[in-house]
Each structure stands twice: as C-alpha cells, then as structure tokens.
Write a protein that binds this ligand. Structure first.
Ligand code: NAD
Length: 249
C-alpha cells in the first residue's frame, strides 16, 4: 500500500474542482490519480484511487455512492443541496464505506458551528435567532449547506427540528415574529465566495457571529485533509469536526 492517499476529484472542471486539482498536486500526503467531470467515465480508473472527492451537483452523489460501495472506496462529499432521499442514501452507504460529509470544509466555519451551539445553549432561547448567508450569483442551491447546518444547530438547541423552526425569508403581512422562529435569508451577488452570519437579538443587545471566506482554497485544503484522514477510518459517517478533532457540536 502506497504511503500516499490516492485521490480522484469528481467535478474537476468546476470552481472547486480547479482548486482541488491544483492543491492536491502540491500536497505531499496525496497522489492525484485524476479528475472527472460530466461525460467522463469514472468506472475505467476508479480502482486506482483510495478516496473519491466530490464537489459537483447533488444529483451526482447517488451514483457515486453506488460505485464507492461496489468498489470499496472512501468518499469525501463536498456537494450541497441534497434532497432528503439523497441524504438518507449517504447515511446508508456510510454503513459500508467511510464517508466524510460536510457542508463546509473550512476550519473557521467549523469553529463557527461550535460557537453557534455554545451561544444558542447559553442564551437559552431568550434571544431571537436569524441566519444570513451570501454567495456569488452562480450558486445553484439556497440556502447554502452551511446556513442549513447553522439552522440545524440552532433548531436542535431549541429542542426542535430544522423543518419545524426555520422560516425562509419574509414578505407581506407576516405578523409578529414567533418566539422560537429561526429566520433564514439567502443573498446572491457578484463573486462572494461565502459569508455566513448568525444573529442573536434581544431587547437592548445583539450578538453577531460572522465568518467570511475570501478564497475557495480554504474549502479545498480542508477537503484534502479530510481525504488523507479518511483513509485510516472504519466505515461510518464523519463530519469535518471529526477530522479536526473538535468537540462534536
Ligand atoms: P461548479 O458549478 O463550478 O462545478 C461543478 C462541476 O461539477 C462542473 O464542472 C460540472 O460540470 C460538474 N458535474 C456536473 N455533473 C457531473 C457529473 N455527473 N459527473 C462529474 N461532474 C459533474 O460548482 P462549485 O462552485 O465548484 O461547487 C460544487 C458543489 O460544491 C456545490 O454543491 C457547492 O455548493 C459545493 N461547495 C461545497 C463547499 C464545502 O466546503 N462543502 C464549498 C464550496 C462549494
């Protein structure tokens, strides 16, 4: 077995794919086997890799999961916007192969997840909570996977689920804000790589936790770190917080 983790990038011609190819080539812990995009046949060389790294489109993930399970390959999933069925399929595949599935591979955002949970638990429902995200105008899904995860963390701390508590935007005669509602707002424009803010607002004071990504390299570096880490793991579904050894939040 090679000392380097052999990786294939799925979605290699995309914005993230370009960063992953460039950084994987320069990473001494990795051997870049190659990249595939739409119309390429992954079947012909999938056996030459240890880990598949996917940043493509959510509709690609189910086929990739079948291939990973059939060939015994580990998977780093960076793609966002999955349906409930696709998420269930990721969980089922993780019983058979190791998978890291993270809405955001940056170290800073994973600290934001941690701080958001801490703030939500400490403030104990006394503050109104809103999530605001902004991304470039090419982004296909909304809200971002990261904003969704922030919503899940806030909902869980309030004793509910994302589906029960999150409200997407407001328009018209909406009435006063319900106590436990979690507002979710997606802004799109320009070349913004990814901004996320969690607002905790009470009468007389407000806390805002903000993370701003200025380069896709921050996500790509984290995903490559996850790939090298994943090679030594047993089948299971892992988060970036597992990779970083942060407390599970
Ligand atoms: P992009 O549109 O620039 O690139 C996607 C690429 O996937 C394209 O080149 C497209 O041709 C390719 N693709 C589509 N169908 C394919 C198929 N069947 N097989 C192989 N390739 C296929 O998008 P992007 O900005 O690079 O983002 C890709 C995904 O990664 C999105 O879901 C985005 O939200 C997500 N993302 C996640 C993180 C994170 O940290 N988890 C960070 C940034 C982006």
């Amino acid at each position: 077995m090679s000392s380097k983790t052999r990786v294939i990038i799925v979605g290699s011609k995309g914005r993230m794919g370009e960063a992953l190819l460039r950084l994987a080539k320069a990473d001494p812990a990795l051997e870049l086997v190659g990249g595939v995009d739409r119309d390429d046949d992954l079947n012909t060389f999938v056996d030459r890799c240890d880990v598949l790294i996917e940043f493509a489109h959510h509709s690609v993930t189910p086929t990739l999961l079948d291939l990973a399970v059939a060939r015994g390959k580990s998977l780093v999933i960076g793609t966002t916007g999955h349906t409930a069925d696709e998420r269930a399929k990721i969980q089922a595949a993780a019983l058979k192969v190791p998978i890291v599935f993270a809405p955001n591979y940056s170290v800073g955002v994973n600290v934001l997840f941690y701080l958001t949970q801490l703030a939500a638990e400490t403030l104990g429902g006394a503050f109104d909570e809103e999530v605001i995200e902004m991304h470039h105008h090419h982004k296909l899904d909304a809200p971002s996977g990261t904003a969704r995860r922030l919503g899940e963390i806030l909902a869980q701390a309030a004793g509910g689920t994302y589906e029960e508590l999150v409200r997407h935007g407001r328009a018209g005669d909406v009435g006063a804000r319900p106590r436990k509602e979690i507002g979710m707002h997606a802004l799109r424009g320009g070349d913004v790589v990814g901004d996320h803010t969690v607002v905790f607002a009470a009468p007389g004071e407000r806390i805002e936790l903000t993370h701003k990504a200025a380069s896709r390299d921050t996500f790509a570096t984290g995903a490559l770190r996850a790939a090298a880490w994943l090679r030594a793991q047993k089948p299971g579904l892992y988060s970036m917080q597992d990779v970083l050894g942060l407390g599970k939040k």
